[in-house]
Design a protein around this ligand. Sequence first.
Ligand SMILES: [Zn+2]
Length: 168
Amino acid sequence: MIRTILTYPNPELKKKSAPVAAVTDLVRELVQDMAESMYAAPGVGLAAPQVGVHQRVIIIDVSGKNEPPDLIVAINPTIVHAEGEVCDEEGCLSVPDYAANVKRYARVIVKGLDLEGEERTWKAENLLAIAFQHEIDHLDGVLFVDHLSTLKRELFQRKARKAAEERR
Ligand SMILES: [Zn+2]
């Protein structure tokens, strides 16, 4: 089932998500819905709070257009190591029609659980590393626009307010 993806400035996006106590069928159903919603959007990553569920669950698929899908599901993900630096353009399904450069670690090691509740370690670099950092941020109520300089963030907020007024 495709779920509605919440968009800025919905306050639900600012809330911190709680760890998943046990990987149950309910969690697997949530992940299934998240995957359908992400692929339909389309997007390369989605965190549970973006569909209004405040649990520490993220999904990522950074495979290219002509490659088979490669879905990563990370439950209770934590970054255990980070190094290097990249600055790349990011967007977000919760921040439509806006993209900006964000400084991130170039390489991260992430630990978490998979859909079977087994412990997993992901070594990621470049686009995948950025995606992990972006999605884990969502679990702490942080959007990529929160990483922008004050000036850039003010410009973004002005643009978002204007767009909201035009929709009215
Ligand atoms: Zn996002």
